[in-house]
Structures are given as C-alpha cells and as structure tokens.
Design a protein around this ligand. Structure first.
Ligand SMILES: NC(=O)c1ccc[n+]([C@@H]2O[C@H](COP(=O)([O-])OP(=O)(O)OC[C@H]3O[C@@H](n4cnc5c(N)ncnc54)[C@H](O)[C@@H]3O)[C@@H](O)[C@H]2O)c1
Length: 276
C-alpha cells in the first residue's frame, strides 16, 4: 500500500448509530469528508434531517435512517438498508449511548463531592439500570451483529465501538449502569475482534474522556462545568467533537488494518491523574 493510501476511505459504506449529534456526528463528518458514504442512524428525526441537509449541501454523501437501537428489528432494517444502498458495508460505528443520570456523588469535579441519596445503590431502580444497559450495551451488541452479517460475507470490515474512560475508571458522579455497560462493551469488542480477525474484520473501541456534546441534556455545554473538569485534565481543556475525528478516521482507514481488539482512550490525559 502506498503511504498516500493509508487514510483513503473513498467509496466506503459506513453506518453510525447515534449519528445525529455529538461524537457520532463527528465520526460521520470525518468519514464523509474523506470520501466515504455515510448513513447516520438515530432516533431523532429532526436532528437527522438538519444534519443530512447541511452535509449533503456541502457535497458530502450522507443519508439518514431513523431507528432506535433498542428496537433490533428496526436497527437491522436501517443497517441492511445502508448496505443495500452502497452495495457494501465497510465500517460500523456502534456509538449510540445515553447518560445514566446521577451517581452516588453530586458533583463532577473539585474537592467537594458530597454523596447524594438519590444516586445510592439501595435506591437504584430496575428501570434506570435496564434502560442504560439496553441502549449502551445491548444496542452495541445488536449493531455489531447486524454489521457482521454484511462484513463476514465480504471478508472485510471495521467495527468501532464507543466505550468511555468510564469503562476503566469509575466516575462516581454518574450511575453505575454506565460503567457496567461500557466495560461490557469493551469486552464484547475483544470477543468480536477474536472471532472475526480471520475474516479480515477488525473491532476496536474509542474511549472518550469528557467531550462537549448533547449527552445528558447538554450539561457539558455549561462553561462552569467545563472549567471545573478542565482543572483535573492534564491538557487543561475538555474535548470537542472535532478532537475525535482523526482517531475515527484512523480506525476506519487502511492505516489501522493490523490493529484489532484495542481500546484507545482519548481524554487529554484525564485518566492518568492530576498534574498541575
Ligand atoms: N460526551 C462525552 O463526554 C462522552 C464520554 C465518553 C463516552 N461517550 C459516549 O459517546 C457516545 C455518543 O454520545 P455523545 O456524547 O455524542 O452524546 P449525544 O447525546 O450528543 O449524541 C448521542 C446521539 O445518540 C442518539 N441516541 C440516544 N439513544 C438512542 C437510541 N436508543 N437509538 C438511537 N439513537 C439514540 C441521540 O438521539 C443522539 O443523537 C455514547 O455512547 C456515550 O456514552 C461520550
């Protein structure tokens, strides 16, 4: 392969779940702007319409499909429809996820992190637990499964799962189901990578730290929250969706062909500890 082809994804067929906002939208933009054909899958029809119109207006090949990742039949239809539209499915970003609500402490950063009863284990409801597992873990499984059906037949594919720094490091400000789902998704990625390596399909994970997206009602847009968290991040700033585009392209492109079963943390050093 010529070095100039390392990041060539021209003509690739791509799907992104949770593609109408935040990190998923950034993945889709990164791939489409490098010549891939991208289907953004999301339950938010309005956001899909808006971003598909914007991106196609920029000359990119982007389409939208409405599906809830907890409705596996609808998700299968959306992924099958993308593969049919492109005649191939090269890359699947299993990304859709939600915030789990409050954990057992009431603040994201700083020395004062009081415990809150509302997030205590004894009061954690089945409903809250199951909803997060259903979207953040079962939805990842169903996305990878639907993608593998297309990829195995062509003996080529890239499955890229969005996990989180929280798959490794417990964040007490967010509910326990989130850490559980993300750690489960990471180990599912290992299993998929082992099973599908012989078919030319790689599976890897992107584990973001703190990124400014619309997750959890958009609390990350609050400048006070950003400033408090940035103090603990060695690079002294929170992440923006643009920061993740290079990694998304790398894991989708020929450049990463011999990398599988890996989770790459992208967090400005947040997981390392506090420096200055
Ligand atoms: N933002 C962060 O700091 C951060 C950190 C670590 C991991 N993550 C992970 O990144 C992924 C993307 O989150 P984001 O921060 O971009 O959030 P976001 O809310 O900006 O985007 C998530 C998108 O997923 C969609 N979605 C939610 N539930 C869905 C469902 N059931 N079916 C289909 N679509 C659904 C939403 O409509 C939204 O468009 C999630 O898996 C999240 O856990 C985010």
């Amino acid at each position: 392969m010529s070095p100039s082809d390392l990041f060539d994804v021209t003509g690739f067929g791509v799907i992104v779940t949770g593609g109408a906002s935040g990190l998923g939208l950034a993945y889709g933009e990164a791939l489409a702007s490098h010549g891939a054909r991208v289907t953004l899958i999301d339950l938010d029809q309005d956001a899909l319409d808006q971003h598909v119109a914007r991106l196609t207006g920029e000359g990119l090949e982007v389409r939208g499909a409405v599906a809830d990742v907890t409705d596996h039949a609808a998700l299968d239809r959306a992924i099958d429809g993308a593969a049919e539209a492109y005649g191939r499915l090269d890359v699947a970003f299993a990304n859709a996820g939600i915030d789990p609500g409050i954990g057992f402490v009431g603040a994201w950063a700083g020395g004062q992190r009081p415990r809150v009863d509302e997030g205590a284990l004894e009061l954690y409801t089945d409903e809250r637990w199951n909803r997060v597992i259903d979207i953040n873990l079962n939805g990842i499984f169903a996305t990878a499964r639907a993608a593998a059906r297309h990829m195995r037949a062509r003996r080529f594919g890239r499955i890229i799962i969005t996990t989180s720094l929280a798959a490794t490091k417990v964040e007490p400000a967010i509910g326990a189901a989130y850490m559980t789902a993300k750690a489960g998704a990471r180990h599912l990625m290992h299993t998929i990578a082992l099973e599908l390596a012989a078919y030319g399909i790689t599976a890897n994970a992107i584990a973001p730290g703190f990124f400014v997206t619309n997750i959890g009602g958009g609390h990350a847009h609050n400048p006070e929250v950003q400033a408090a968290i940035a103090k603990d991040i060695p690079m002294h700033r929170v992440g923006q969706p643009d920061d993740i585009k290079g990694l998304a392209l790398f894991l989708a492109a020929p450049a990463s062909e011999y990398i599988t079963g890996q989770e790459i943390i992208i967090d400005g050093g947040w997981g390392l500890g506090v420096a200055d």
